[in-house]
Design a protein around this ligand. Structure first.
Ligand code: SF4
Length: 230
């Protein structure tokens, strides 16, 4: 983010919603009542697996961004006529994450668009404005950043996201041991979440992360699906 400030004069504001992972650990340790559940895998007493409903994206990303937008605009409420244009930088490789249904009735002032793939998600897009005629893949984005003196950015999804597929975990394990240790330690701490009878795991196998027999060909989970902003 700081690097971006070197190449653009566009004001950059950072929205923060707290520390998701610390909040989970504090909840496990009984230090807080706050819990915005990650989509943990649950191993039930009979051995079956289920999954927690995801709340983290909304509480730690979407709501803080909406709050920041109101703060920057200096208003406490926004309405449909306000037309706030929100650009999400999904690349061509992430077309499955492009959604036309992001805007809820409650937040009908939001107009989502996807400039890297040249898509506008709403009919209410302000007239007379068009993106450049480009469609950027992840490697195009990397090249653009490199051409502008910015080193290869890390992926922005949370280190301990249960949506990571096996290829992602393998890459982390062998190429980023610091992150891997954070994820393994986190996984060990989440087994007993208050209010749940089953045990929580980051990996769908219901096995501690550092004991999982990963499948190199795993393609079924993606880093963060649908409406998560990462
Ligand atoms: S990356 Fe994963 S853990 Fe992080 S907010 Fe998105 S769904 Fe939740």
């Amino acid at each position: 983010m700081l690097n971006l400030k070197k190449i653009t004069s566009i004001p950059i504001h950072i929205a923060k919603g707290g520390n998701l992972f610390q909040d989970v650990i504090d909840r496990v340790e009984g230090k807080t009542d706050r819990l915005a559940a990650l989509p943990f895998f649950i191993k039930n007493a009979d051995g079956s697996m289920s999954r927690l409903k995801r709340q983290c994206t909304s509480n730690y990303k979407i709501i803080p961004v909406q709050k920041k937008i109101r703060e920057v605009l200096g208003v406490s409420r926004l309405s449909e006529k306000d037309n706030v244009n929100i650009w999400l930088g999904f690349s061509l490789d992430e077309l499955s994450r492009v959604s036309k249904k992001r805007t809820s009735t409650k937040h009908n002032w939001e107009r989502y668009s996807y400039p890297l793939v040249n898509l506008k998600s709403t009919k209410k897009w302000i007239k007379n404005f068009d993106f450049l005629d480009i469609q950027y893949s992840r490697s195009d984005c990397k090249k653009y950043l490199s051409d502008n003196g910015i080193k290869d950015p890390v992926k922005s999804s949370c280190i301990g996201c249960p949506f990571h597929n096996d290829r992602y975990w393998i890459d982390m394990r062998f190429n980023n041991p610091v992150e891997w240790k954070v994820a393994v330690d986190f996984d060990k701490k989440i087994r007993r979440l208050p209010g749940l009878t089953g045990e929580c795991f980051l990996h769908r196998s219901g096995v501690p992360l550092d004991e999982v027999a990963f499948n190199q060909l795993d393609i079924f989970e993606s880093n963060c699906v649908g409406s998560c902003f990462t």
